[in-house]
Design a protein around this ligand. Sequence first.
Ligand code: NDP
Length: 241
Amino acid sequence: MKKVILITGASSGMGKETAKTLIQEGHSVYTAARRIDQMQDLKALGGFPVPMDVTNIEDIRSVVDLIIKKEGKIDVLWNNAGYGLYGSVEDVALDEARRQLEVNVIGMAAVTQVVVPYMRKAKAGTIINTSSMGGKMYFPMGAWYHASKHAVEGLSDCLRLELKPFNIKVVVLEPGFIATEFGHVLVDGISKYATKSAYSAMINKIIEGTKKAAEKGGSSSPSVIANTVSKIVSSKKPKTR
Ligand code: NDP
């Protein structure tokens, strides 16, 4: 059955790859991100790119209004926008730490707050939140990213209980290493703090390890995520914890 789907963070990586799959499966797919130019190929395939910074509530409202006006509903929301900030707790500037939580956690909650009333009215819906294996585990130099993804886990688990009576499902994705633009942020982020940190030896070791793992092909293709999300979208009863 054709679904109306909103994906945040769809201008690259797993969001973009999954958007392609879902468009090709015949769904109405609204792809949101700041880099609208990066989504023109999705438009050519039949998708609907929309500009959205998840930290800007006006952007969020205007995208959701547009979808409701055109489609009358949103069946699936995939909160996928996010990035990784790396460095020691001692070194990472607090403004950057706030930005990490603002995008990965508050941004997710903001989009959810605007979409949920329509799903509640329809008594149906699926919300997919991208966490990470980093939402279950932790590594040195990853404090703010891990804090953000642990928060995504807690937020999603509470949301699932709150929305169950309204027949709205909440699914959490916990990917391992996937080859996307995310890896570049990881290395650049660590490098930035490596130059001044008392932990530079530890940081450089992580950078080397990350590079070696990448060379050995230690990450999966975004198509793995595309297949998973496609199954969740088409399933009447998505697997939930
Ligand atoms: P990419 O960097 O390729 O994609 C990130 C997406 O998030 C882009 O489309 C970017 O769009 C968007 N984004 C970032 N900031 C904002 C913002 N403020 N407002 C709107 N969109 C934003 O990485 P991935 O595909 O790997 O990442 C997708 C998700 O998967 C993230 O939440 C990440 O934490 C998570 N993840 C990634 C893993 C990996 O190994 N790759 C592993 C586990 C989880 P734009 O810049 O155009 O706004």
